[in-house]
Ligand binder design. Structure first.
Ligand code: COA
Length: 190
């Protein structure tokens, strides 16, 4: 695998490693009930800090990771977007997933797709992975729209009940999307 860049720049964003200063902003985002409405629970400050450090460690463990996203001139940290190896055993693992979580003021601007596209391109360029997946609670339409705009395909036969969400909970049913290296290359304008 080729070495991971320190950052990736897009037209409007910088994808970079996490910094300590991001942690309070990430904690605020993780405590926001609306941002977290499709998650089983919000995160308290300590859980959020632990998660941020875990996400940043993915870069050294996997050789790629969920980037801290900066919107130059607007905000030093708006959330994260990127890929990591799924560590939990799920019906479709082993697999690498792509995920995203942005703060509310930065929704509706195309930032998630802009960042996700370069994150996918980076991983497909530097690894020999054949496919990247994404999953979310089936009701999470905004996240599903991002997956679809990236050219990911819903694999309905692989939808599953998330083991970390209690039985009977409305967010337990999860949908799985996939994108192959070839499918991404066909949609990627660069
Ligand atoms: C999922 C999430 C990242 C999606 O964010 P988003 O801003 O809706 O996603 P996009 O980057 O695709 O932005 C798309 C919107 O920006 C609009 N937009 C405005 N300017 C744009 C531009 N210059 N380029 C592209 N789109 C633009 C589009 O019309 C689109 O609106 P639509 O989806 O209503 O049609 C966000 O809702 C989020 O962080 N949710 C909470 C965390 C979460 O659920 N994460 C996923 C868990 S698996």
């Amino acid at each position: 695998m080729l070495p991971c860049p320190d950052e990736i720049r897009t037209e409007r964003l910088i994808l970079r490693r996490w910094r300590e200063e991001d942690l309070p902003l990430y904690a605020r985002l993780n405590a926001d009930e609306h941002v977290m409405r499709f998650f089983f629970k919000t995160r308290n400050h300590e859980e959020s800090d632990t998660e941020a450090r875990w996400l940043n460690e993915r870069f050294s463990l996997d050789g790629f990771g969920p980037w801290a996203v900066e919107a130059p001139g607007l905000a030093s940290f708006i959330g994260f977007v990127g890929c990591w190896r799924i560590v939990r055993e799920l019906p479709f693992t082993p697999a690498v997933e792509i995920g995203w979580r942005l703060d509310q003021p930065y929704w509706g601007k195309g930032y998630a797709v802009e960042a996700a596209r370069v994150a996918l391109r980076d991983v497909f360029d530097r690894t020999d992975l054949a496919e990247i997946v994404a999953y979310t609670a089936q009701q999470n339409e905004p996240s599903r729209r991002v997956m679809e705009k990236l050219g990911m395909t819903h694999d309905g036969a692989a939808d599953f009940d998330h083991p970390a969400v209690p039985e009977g909970h409305p967010l337990r049913r999860s949908v799985l999307y996939r994108i192959s290296r070839q499918a991404f290359a066909a949609t990627d304008p660069s």
